[in-house]
Design a protein around this ligand. Structure first.
Ligand code: 5GP
Length: 121
């Protein structure tokens, strides 16, 4: 799984493109999605060069994985949706329709989220 350092999130991490930052620590950056699909829609990304969920889970250190999981909860709290609930989605690989090849999870909430999956006809 080759990482392409020209992807948009790599550019955000390098500071070449701005983002609406929510949270940052040594291993993780979180920011608002540019095309929100719910009242609250954040993206959480590791700072390391991982392509997708599979790549991250197989190659990242325990410290990176731990920081990432904790960051999701911190971001949900910061967005004020920890109590009301939210959906965490990660698209991983071609069938998932992943658009940006840098691992990320979407945190979606601030409203009822409806059915989990809508498959194409
Ligand atoms: P994916 O389909 O890869 O799971 O999701 C990629 C997400 O990144 C989409 O929800 C899209 O709106 C978001 N996105 C793409 N480019 C940018 C950008 O330049 N800035 C921000 N904040 N979000 C972006």
């Amino acid at each position: 799984m080759a990482y392409d350092s020209n992807n948009i999130f790599a550019k955000i991490l390098r500071g070449e493109i701005p983002c609406d930052k929510i949270y940052e620590d040594e291993h993780v950056l979180a920011f608002n999605d540019i095309r929100p699909q719910a009242k609250a829609h954040a993206l959480v990304i590791p700072k390391g060069p991982y392509v997708c969920s599979q790549d991250f889970a197989e190659k990242a250190s325990d410290a990176e994985i731990g920081a990432f999981t904790r960051a999701v909860a911190k971001v949900a709290k910061q967005l004020g949706i920890a109590e009301s609930g939210y959906r965490v989605i990660s698209n991983s690989g071609p069938n998932s329709h992943q658009e940006v090849p840098h691992y990320h999870v979407h945190i979606l909430g601030g409203q009822p989220m409806g059915k989990m999956v809508h498959l194409p006809e």
